[in-house]
Design a protein around this ligand. Structure first.
Ligand code: ADP
Ligand code: MG
Length: 389
């Protein structure tokens, strides 16, 4: 990595503003998945062990610039205290910061200046500390007051989690072991245009499933009958161009040849398997079929590097989750360097109990995709560069 990390920072006796990604899923006021909190512990302990004091901040949800109890970080402070084994007080916006080893500031998005990257607000945060450490990879694609603004006020370093996420994604872009296979799925092509384009410069195989596959199926075969499957007419010419690019570059582009279809994405819906280009008019493709699972799994098992973003079907409904399970299992068994990115893909892997079998789970979905598009992320660009020797 070309950025200095918390290991390069002077920490003894210093107050460290640590930007975390505590944007955890909540259900009825309780944290339903604390992966992101657990992932931050290394950096917190590193700083306290080095004699620094940690002042953490994070956003949670979209409170739109107003204090709103529904988006309070109180449950996060409680969970942090349990995990760290000492009390982490939560301080109110503008309130005094107690003299503790580690404290958590209330939701940064309670301030309208956060998302506007207001320099005044950035200065307020900066006056609380001597050093800034950013561990919020998932927010690195946004130029906000606590991700970018504070970096112009304080010496700014990458945290250990940020470093780990960048190393994982960097090793995909920089000399990956081959064959390198990318698997893309999910609903919207429009979210993934840049990633498809950039990945076609790097990968050996591109497997496309999920709702976005149907536009590619139509691009490959003008006469394809996809019924009421998800289809993005405005992106059809883009899909044609990407298929051409794959052919030009010798990238194997694999699309579903069979699918599970039903009249509706509903539990208990009447579903059956059809050729991907012969779906009945009233049906929609909701998962990849048996033959496609075997073809995809075969390519995955022969790969040395695999990146996956986006489920293969409507995996939230058990009868349309088989394709997503097949891909996750093939990755877990492949022995390849495997990276999963994307909120829904990670949720699927977690639910299957396969997260520990993957080499890396990229917690920041949107940021990971922008990074793989080859974009510069503002939250990383503003950190201090490594000295060249
Ligand atoms: P990630 O969060 O991993 O990046 P996305 O958000 O892009 O993934 O896509 C996830 C969504 O795609 C899921 O809600 C899933 O139900 C939906 N999806 C997958 N396949 C289909 C399909 N064939 N038709 C409609 N929606 C689909
Ligand atoms: Mg998603």
């Amino acid at each position: 990595m070309r950025k200095q990390t918390v290991r390069d920072a002077e920490l003894y006796g210093k107050k460290v503003l640590l930007r975390c990604d505590f944007n955890v899923p909540m259900e009825n006021g309780a944290i339903s998945d604390d992966t992101r909190i657990a992932a931050s512990l290394d950096t917190i302990r590193y700083i306290t062990d080095a004699g620094g004091r940690v002042i953490m901040c994070s956003h949670l949800g979209r409170p739109n610039g107003k204090a709103d109890a529904r988006y309070s970080l109180a449950p996060v402070a409680k969970r942090l205290s349990e995990l760290l084994g000492f009390d982490v007080p939560l301080t109110e916006p503008g309130g005094a910061v107690p003299d503790a080893q580690a404290v958590l500031l209330e939701n940064t998005r309670f301030y309208p200046g956060e998302e506007a990257n207001d320099p005044e607000l950035a200065r307020k945060f900066a006056t609380l500390a001597d050093v800034f450490v950013n561990d919020a990879f998932g927010a690195a694609h946004r130029a906000h007051a606590t991700t970018v603004g504070v970096a112009s006020e304080l010496p700014a370093y990458a945290g250990l989690l940020m470093e780990r996420e960048l190393d994982a994604l960097g090793s995909l872009l920089d000399n990956p072991a081959r064959p390198f296979t990318a698997i893309l799925g999910g609903a919207k092509i429009s979210d993934k245009l840049g990633v498809i384009d950039n990945l076609l410069d790097i990968v050996d195989n591109l497997l496309i499933g999920g709702g976005m596959a149907y536009t590619f199926i139509c691009a490959a075969n003008k006469n394809a009958q996809i019924g009421r499957s998800m289809f993005d007419a405005a992106r059809l010419s883009y899909a044609v161009a990407m298929a051409d690019k794959a052919a030009r570059r010798g990238v194997k582009l694999l699309l579903p040849t069979d699918v599970i279809a039903a009249a509706e994405p509903k539990q208990g819906a009447n579903s059956a398997e059809y050729p991907a280009d012969a779906i009945p008019p009233d049906f929609m493709g909701l998962d990849i079929g048996a033959e496609t699972r075997i073809r995809f799994a075969d390519v995955i098992r022969k790969s040395a590097t695999v990146f996956w973003n986006g489920p293969m079907g409507v995996f939230e409904i058990p009868e349309f989750s088989g394709g997503t399970t097949a891909v996750a299992e093939a990755m877990a068994e492949s022995g390849a360097f495997t990276v999963v990115g994307g909120g829904d893909s990670l949720a699927a892997v977690n639910r299957l109990g396969l997260a520990a079998k993957m080499s890396r789970n990229a917690t920041g979905g949107g940021a990971a995709l922008e990074y793989l598009e080859g974009k510069t992320l503002p939250g990383i660009a503003c950190l201090i560069d490594k000295e060249e020797h």
